[in-house]
Design a protein around this ligand. Structure first.
Ligand SMILES: Nc1ncnc2c1ncn2[C@@H]1O[C@H](COP(=O)(O)OP(=O)(O)OP(=O)(O)O)[C@@H](O)[C@H]1O
Ligand SMILES: [Mg+2]
Length: 594
């Protein structure tokens, strides 16, 4: 049993996962009736041989001898029907796999889109690994199931029902004997199924833990080497793999019971049918042909039951994975698009922040009592100690998250009412970590505006005075930047991000300066590019270099989530408060970043 999350104890039942899953995947209902009909014909095809044996024994072998002509007609028509059912089987299999793949595609896309709609408040770094596992390894469990397990469920259950119907037609008494013998299997399978599902649910958690640790050890390779942290890291990876292995063994323990159990019950059923048929057959009106056919039917009943026992294991893994995915889909989207969207005005945009508070999913208030009014076209610098809430403030201005209370108005419109397309066009953020995609410099810049050409991107490079810098790169504008842009320095990544923002031509620009030091040459290029980019727009710059603050019209000083000082640079320096202290230490540190 899993500790710490009561929902896991009450909530996991195969039926509830199925119900939620069916609601979340409308593709499952497309053509389902037709598919079941086809599966029924396939199962019917398997029943032809025992039916033929019965017919030949009872109709062709008579007291007057063997009627070969009748037997030949029966056999050849059965051959035709069996060939037809094999063909139908092929078509059914393709239909089922096609439906399953469509369901998976829909589920993956919806989960992916849902993750992207979630507020940044949901995306803490620890959740990133888990969310990745949801769209990769968890969907993978469903894929494996869809390729065989789901198909087996449809064909086998149809076969069980059809066989039972024919059995009843032959002899309801013998059918009752078979059913009574199989009855104890039901509670045993149910008990096993519930425990196996729990075991697999825990296994999915351990798989995402392992993925998180392995991905951290790969991304953190530099830190691990520099600090000689290899042994402890290796231990952590081993521990999580061991934990996953142990859990896999727990789940396997239940599965190991399935085959012997269904074999035992199957063999007992056949033996009992033979005994009861020979003993009471005549009294129950069962002919010898019907008895032989019935024994074959018993075998046809045991085979799908054993096969279902086998796929039960795969089914449980898939259900656990499905449940985890549905949990992501059930996470409420806080950032709701407006029902009557309002476009932002063109040109520079004023900003008014009224009584804003904010907290992430975990932890307390990160911003509180924020009230400011920034006029259109102003250049504003936001400064403060690390962790004081500057980046969070920048995120609220770009609606990466909504304030917990209060409101943000841009161009006189509440951000919650602004049409998403207009917001993306008119408000741009250059993020602190300068995330780039693993492609060329020019392609990364083109992401700035949908449909932007290479010429547009080159024009943006020129407008910001970055032509020389790009010319100095190994392959010029076609230099590949590596995963997350790690082939470039932090300062260079920001240069690309600035050109990208220029392409969008926004009315409000939010710049989150990189915290790490930048060499003097790149710094000069950066400052010049920022100045050119800021012209004619409202700019809010989270400033780690106070030279940015010196050039601004207004400086906002953040401390522990509040704005504690605000005013022009010179006024704040004269005031002798926190800003004056920061400025003095910056000057003392020969204008190093703080
Ligand atoms: N995604 C997140 N989930 C939970 N807490 C977060 C998240 N991002 C930031 N925080 C917390 O919010 C607070 C403010 O963080 P923020 O990144 O806004 O600070 P900052 O002023 O930009 O710092 P820095 O100067 O180091 O960039 C910190 O205490 C931080 O731990
Ligand atoms: Mg920050």
């Amino acid at each position: 049993m899993i500790e710490g999350d009561p929902r896991r104890i009450d909530g996991v039942s195969a039926l509830s996962v199925l119900r939620r899953g069916l609601a979340a995947s409308p593709e499952l209902r497309v053509g389902a009736g037709q598919t079941v009909l086809m599966a029924m014909s396939v199962a019917g095809g398997k029943l032809l041989v025992p039916l033929l044996i019965q017919a030949v024994m009872d109709l062709s072998i008579t007291a007057d001898g063997i009627r070969l002509g009748r037997a030949a007609v029966l056999c050849s028509s059965t051959v035709v029907l069996v060939v037809g059912s094999i063909f139908l089987g092929k078509v059914t299999y393709f239909r089922l796999v096609q439906t399953a793949e469509n369901v998976l595609l829909g589920l993956r896309v919806r989960t992916f889109e849902h993750i992207h709609k979630l507020s940044l408040a949901e995306h803490s770094s620890s959740r990133k690994g888990v969310l990745t596992a949801r769209v990769t390894s968890d969907v993978e469990t469903l894929t494996q199931f869809a390729q065989w397990g789901a198909v087996a469920w449809v064909i086998d259950s149809v076969q069980i029902v059809t066989v039972l119907i024919i059995m009843v037609v032959y002899s309801w008494q013998l059918t009752l004997v078979v059913l009574l013998l199989h009855l104890p299997l039901l509670p045993i399978f149910r008990w096993m199924q519930a425990r196996q599902l729990m075991a697999y649910e825990e296994l999915r958690t351990r798989v995402s833990d392992t993925m998180g640790v392995v991905s951290e050890s790969i991304h953190g390779v530099e830190v691990i080497r520099v600090h000689g942290h290899r042994e402890p890291m290796r231990r952590r990876v081993h521990q999580s793999i061991d934990a996953q292995f142990d859990q896999q063994m727990v789940a396997a323990r239940y599965f190991s019971l399935v085959l012997p159990l269904s074999d035992l019950f199957g063999v007992t059923a056949i033996a009992t049918v033979i005994g009861a048929g020979v003993w009471w057959g005549e009294a129950w009106g069962v002919s010898s042909g019907q008895l032989v056919a019935f024994i074959f039917l018993c075998n046809l009943l045991v085979t799908p039951i054993t096969s279902l026992g086998e796929v039960l294991d795969q089914t449980q893994t898939a259900l656990a994975g499905w449940w985890k995915i549905l949990d992501v889909l059930d996470t409420k989207v806080d950032l709701v698009d407006p029902s009557t969207p309002v476009p932002l005005p063109t040109g520079a945009l004023g900003v008014r922040v009224e009584g804003v508070e904010f907290c992430y999913r975990t932890g307390g208030l990160v911003l509180q009592g924020i009230d400011i009014d920034l006029s259109a076209g102003a250049s504003v610098a936001v400064v403060g100690e690390t962790g004081s809430g500057k980046t969070t403030f920048a995120r609220l201005l770009t609606r990466l998250a909504d304030p917990t209370s209060g409101q943000v108005l841009v161009g006189g419109v509440n951000l919650r009412d602004v049409s998403p397309a207009s917001r993306r066009r008119s408000i741009r953020m250059v993020p602190q970590d300068g995330f780039l995609f693993d492609t060329s410099v020019i392609d990364n810049i083109r992401y700035g505006r949908a449909g932007a050409s290479e010429e547009n991107a080159v024009a943006a490079i020129e407008a910001l005075g970055l032509t020389d810098w790009v010319g100095g790169l190994v392959d010029g504008i076609h230099t590949r930047v590596g995963e997350r842009g790690e082939g470039l320095s932090v300062g260079e990544r920001q240069l690309v991000a600035l050109a990208r923002a220029h392409l969008a031509d926004p009315g409000l620009l939010v710049l989150d300066e990189a915290t790490s030091a930048v060499d003097p040459e790149t710094e000069t290029t950066l400052e010049r590019a920022m100045e050119r980019l800021a012209a004619g727009r409202t700019t809010v710059s989270v400033a780690h270099r106070l030279s940015t603050a010196e050039r601004s019209d207004l400086v906002l000083v953040f401390d522990n989530g509040r704005i504690v000082e605000s005013g022009p640079h010179t006024q704040l320096v004269d005031q002798g408060g926190i800003y004056a202290g920061l400025h003095a230490s910056w000057l003392g540190g020969t204008r190093q970043m703080f």
